[in-house]
Design a binder for this molecule. Sequence first.
Ligand code: GRF
Length: 194
Amino acid sequence: MAKHKIGVLISGGGSNLQALIDASAKADYPASVAVVISNREDAYGLNRAREHDIPAHIINHKDYNTREAFDDAMQDMLERHNVEIVCLAGFMRLLSPKFVARWQGRLLNIHPSLLPSFKGAHAVRDALAAGTKESGCTVHLVTDELDSGPILLQAKLPVLPGDTEETLHFRIHEAEHRIYPEALRILCEKQPKK
Ligand code: GRF
């Protein structure tokens, strides 16, 4: 089966990257990870890619004067690897409208809340502070507005008495690792394979 080539952008641990790599290893999964790009050289996810012989590149945003120039460097790398779909997996940089437009409908993000609730970088902390009884995670298409694009999949889970940011995020992560590969499968099945 011809698989869609995926580029994964990370900034950190890359447990969602790992879930996508593990899914890709199955013969009947419609995608494979062609390249991983991190804006941070210390991102542990780079090791995960290398362990699986997946090209892993550091493109440090600090080396570029503008967001557009940084995004263009990532674009060049994605094109070099013939990437068809981009997955953000804990990638902690805002993307330029130009980059988002180039990947419209082919750019996915995973977010640790039930969007549209608790957008932004501290979603788990904010959910706990608000006293919400239910949390979860969302895979959505990326648009110019932060954490706001069309939703592909969500998983809900209860907030338990005594939950801390760490315990709640741990359970959210487990749910993320289930739904991110599944959402990517759904997107691949909608996209004609080039
Ligand atoms: C995840 O919780 C994801 O929802 C958020 O950043 C975290 C990344 O975790 N966008 P990891 O690097 O995939 O382990």
